[in-house]
Design a protein around this ligand. Structure first.
Ligand code: ARG
Length: 456
């Protein structure tokens, strides 16, 4: 117990259970110990504790970490309020009275803020690594598929032909933005809250620069009141997880669609699909569905915690303890989802020739034909109408672009000549794209090279 002095009675056992965060803040054990070691070393440097006491404290803290990692010590959540009290109590058992000096000039308020900053910094970079791994997988698939034609959609109606590589590269761009959000979160925790005390600093000569340096921060935070109240970085982390999950969810939806027999475009491996308990023939894309489904929970975590933060007066309030479950849950869900979707893609097979014939038989090159007309100095609105009339004529005859002849074109407008027929060649459709950022295989290959360099 960290605070018994002014109390006559013990905390009600139900109240202790209700308020204890140990079940989940035990996740912060290594950060808590790291922060405490820095604190003890600083206290010795400014002569608040002796070197001998510091050595004992550091020895005890390291032993606790070992005990936890080797499963030889695990604190009972019904006995402790949080990870900080559990560790301090174990430290007393291990080293005796010197343990009582560790908390000098420190409050659990600056302690937890420091633990969380360290945790968020570590796990932001872990997520960035997972994002890079997934980008590399997509890049690898893209490399062999710059000419693999698939339909591109708007309004989920066929719009224009694109390549599989072009489609996957769109996700690589999104994942890069996801990474930059985590980089921002990492930078937003580069100041050390340690030494802010409960909310107004300390009368002791604590060296905040020293603890900041020891913990790898760039400087101490500038205002003690803000330091113990600030959870913006947790909201930023939760938001980055939400947007990241939204991207994985959109991709998952596409994987679900691509794996239907109607699409027959992707074959997910047995190791990332499941069967039906009733229908023997089924092979279900459950992993993709679950990523899509779990996205809701990750959004919920953000909403839950930003709602908790609303209207809290400065500075620390116990409400802030509600930051942890959403934080750990969003991290676990998002990092697992990234690994799963990566495994799913690595082991999937694409039916590369699936769409070529089908695309020849639809109207996806209508825009290219209109572009051809525009080059004859016809206003685009007019060109749009001419091609619209052609589509209408062919459709009413039960035909499509596959069977179109020059005389069909000429019957609609005298602007056409035989070079217009080239626009309807599906095989060369991508190569005719001229703009930067388009699916032209040469342009896509350049972009692949760009990403290869960036991700290496
Ligand atoms: N478990 C607490 C939290 O997560 C630690 C800080 C407690 N501070 C306090 N004054 N009760 O916020």
């Amino acid at each position: 117990m960290l605070w018994g002095g002014r109390f006559k009675e013990k905390l009600n056992s139900k109240a202790l259970k209700f308020s204890s965060s140990l079940k989940y803040d035990i996740n912060l054990l290594s950060e808590d110990i790291e922060g405490s070691i820095a604190q003890a070393e600083m206290l010795a440097t400014v002569n608040i504790i002796s070197n001998d006491e510091k050595d004992k404290i550091v020895f005890g803290l390291k032993k606790i970490e070992d005990e936890w990692n080797n499963n030889t010590w695990s604190p009972d959540p019904d006995n402790y309020e949080d990870v900080h009290s559990a560790i301090e109590s174990r430290l007393f058992e291990l080293i005796g009275d010197a343990a009582g000096k560790l908390h000098t000039g420190r409050s659990r308020n600056d302690q937890i803020a420091t633990d969380l900053a360290l945790w968020v910094r570590k796990n932001s970079s872990l997520i960035s690594e997972l994002l890079s791994t997934f980008q590399k997988t997509l890049l690898e698939i893209s490399s062999g598929n710059t000419e693999t034609l698939i339909p591109g959609y708007t309004h989920f109606q066929r719009a224009q032909p694109i390549s599989l590589a072009f489609h996957l590269l769109a996700y690589i761009e999104m994942l890069e933005r996801d990474k930059s959000r985590f980089e921002f979160v990492g930078q937003s925790v580069n100041q050390s809250p340690l030494g802010s005390g409960a909310m107004a600093g300390s009368t002791l000569p604590l060296d905040r620069n020293l603890t900041s340096k020891k913990l790898g921060f760039t400087e101490p935070t500038g205002n003690a009141l803000d330091s113990v109240s600030n959870r913006d970085f947790i909201l930023d982390f939760l938001n980055a997880c939400s947007i990241g999950m939204m991207h994985l969810s959109r991709f998952s939806e596409e994987l679900v669609i691509w794996s239907t027999s109607e699409w027959n475009f992707i074959k997910l491996s047995d190791s990332f699909t499941t069967g039906s308990s009733l229908m023997p023939q089924k092979k279900n894309p459950d992993m993709a569905e679950l990523i899509r489904g779990k996205t809701g929970r990750v959004y919920g975590n953000y909403i839950a915690f930003i709602s908790t933060m609303k209207s809290l007066p400065l500075s620390y309030n116990r409400d802030l303890q509600e930051d942890k479950e959403p934080l750990f849950d969003s991290f676990a869900t998002y990092s697992d989802s990234l690994e799963i979707i990566n495994g799913m893609l690595l082991s999937a097979e694409f039916n590369k020739s699936r769409f070529i014939e089908e695309l020849k038989g639809d109207f996806s090159l209508a825009t290219d034909l209109a572009d051809w007309i525009v080059q004859k100095q016809v206003p685009f609105r007019e060109a749009h109408k001419i091609v619209g009339n052609l589509v209408q004529k062919l459709e009413s005859e039960g035909r499509n672009f596959k069977s179109v002849t020059l005389s069909d074109l000429k019957s609609i407008s005298s602007v056409f000549d035989e070079t217009a027929m080239e626009c309807l060649q599906m095989e060369t459709a991508l190569r005719r794209k001229k703009t930067y950022g388009s699916p032209n295989p040469a342009i896509v290959k350049n972009r692949i090279e760009f990403w290869k360099k960036k991700l290496s």
